[in-house]
Design a protein around this ligand. Structure first.
Ligand SMILES: [Zn+2]
Length: 316
């Protein structure tokens, strides 16, 4: 930093002698302007590379005093910049963010973001819930639809067999509650507990024909599609042995989107609905396959019974 420019001394902010001010400081702090032909007395060095001329305050020309209205307007501008337009709290710093075009304090801005986020979640949940209900109604109205539940038990995996569980009971209920299938199966590998196997259990091969016939072309609804994997593999193995590759196994697997668990979670807003408005997520069905199938049917009806979210449940 040069100590003189054009023969005038250069000052940092904290070195400026009393009685000198820049043009900006003259106007802002003293309501004066440099007089016609008033020569600077020095330079202010700022921002590491800039210089502003410094003038004698005494010699500078006083500006016309502000009218009362101007003073009031200036005060209002200042007040406006510092007072939250939502909660009217005065801030120590000028406000920068706004809510609905009014400058607002940080707390009010956060609160508004919360509300908007909340509203968006609520709308998303309404859509999810309506979609789940529409799906359930469609399933219940479909004569080809059925609810399926499979009980699996722990087994000792045989050589080269990956599964650690095997299906031990299969129940299929039509959507009007008729039992289409209820069979106990002997597991494909030795069970870990003998008592897990029902007295009337039969090998899958004995009932495979009937199961394939009942499943064929049906819209099956399972709690989770994964509970069908063991049974599906068993039936595919039997089909291959019985028919070879000549005939394709009829399509009956639980198709994507027919997992009741997912629909129920969407319906109850588990996937992000506002917590204070969502109904409790129903318990997953428990018990043996027959009990679970009946619980699933009841859940399906409960989901179907809910139309669009009622006005009383809407946030605002
Ligand atoms: Zn506020």
């Amino acid at each position: 930093m040069a100590s003189h420019i054009d023969g005038l001394p250069v000052y940092r902010y904290d070195e400026v002698p009393d009685g000198l001010a820049t043009r900006t400081q003259l106007v802002r702090d003293h309501r004066r302007r440099p007089a016609e032909g008033q020569a600077p007395r020095g330079w202010l060095f700022y921002h590491g590379n800039k210089h502003a001329p410094l003038y004698e305050i005494e010699t500078a020309r006083p500006m016309r005093p502000l009218s009362e209205a101007q003073v009031a307007a200036a005060r209002a501008r200042r007040t406006h910049a510092y007072v939250c337009g939502v909660c009217l709290t005065e801030s120590t710093r000028p406000l920068e963010l706004s809510v609905d075009r009014a400058l607002a304090c940080g707390e009010c801005v956060m609160a508004m973001m919360d509300i908007r986020n909340h509203d968006a979640r609520h709308r998303a949940w309404q859509r999810d819930r309506a979609a789940a209900a529409a799906w359930a109604r469609e399933v219940l109205a479909d004569p080809a639809a059925a609810v399926v539940a499979v009980t699996e038990i722990p087994v000792r995996p045989a050589e080269g067999v990956w599964e650690r569980t095997a299906p031990s009971r299969v129940v299929v209920l039509s959507v009007d509650g008729q039992v289409l299938v209820d069979v106990a199966l002997t597991p494909s590998a030795p069970p870990r507990r003998k008592r897990d196997v029902a007295a009337d259990a039969v090998p899958l091969d004995q009932v495979a024909e009937r199961l394939v016939e009942v499943f064929g072309g049906r819209r099956l609804v399972a709690w989770r599609g994964s509970e069908m994997y063991g049974l599906t593999r068993g039936l595919a193995g039997w089909w291959h042995a019985a028919h070879g590759a000549v005939r394709a196994l009829p399509e009956w697997r639980v198709r994507h989107g027919h997992e009741l668990a997912e629909r129920v979670l969407h319906w109850s807003g588990h996937h992000g609905g506002p917590p204070e408005h969502r109904p409790a997520t129903p318990e997953p069905p428990v018990g043996d396959a027959l009990e679970r199938a009946h619980q699933m049917l009841r859940l399906l009806r409960r989901v179907a019974a809910i139309g669009p979210v009622a006005e009383s449940e809407a946030v605002r």
